[in-house]
Design a protein. Structure first.
Length: 104
């Protein structure tokens, strides 16, 4: 079972309060059409949650740098990102590494 940390809803379109699904149950859905549809719904929920979490992370990074005097390189080291990626986060740009990927 995969569980994702709860995300509080702020608006009607926000992701569910918690994302959870049973991977084994999903893999065992015998109807391949239904399994693909259910998996697609999980991907959509994860993508919506990832967008919310990216915004939260970017705001925290901006606050660290602008309000708490942290250097971009210090934040980069803490998050194991490049300083250039921190700059992108602060300017609101998304990288390919921030997209939800399927896990093999």
């Amino acid at each position: 079972m995969l569980s994702v940390l709860p995300v509080e809803r702020r608006e009607p379109g926000d992701p569910p309060a918690a994302l959870e699904f049973d991977e084994a149950a999903l893999l065992n859905v015998p109807d391949l059409w239904l399994r693909s549809k259910l998996a697609d719904e999980v991907v959509a929920q994860l993508a919506a949650a990832a967008a919310v979490v990216r915004k939260i992370r970017a705001e925290a990074v901006r606050e660290l740098v602008h309000n708490h005097g942290a250097k971009q390189q210090q934040v980069a080291s803490h998050l194991k990102k490049s300083r250039q990626r921190i700059h992108q986060m602060m300017s609101g740009r998304q990288s390919s590494g921030d997209r939800v990927r399927a896990v093999a």
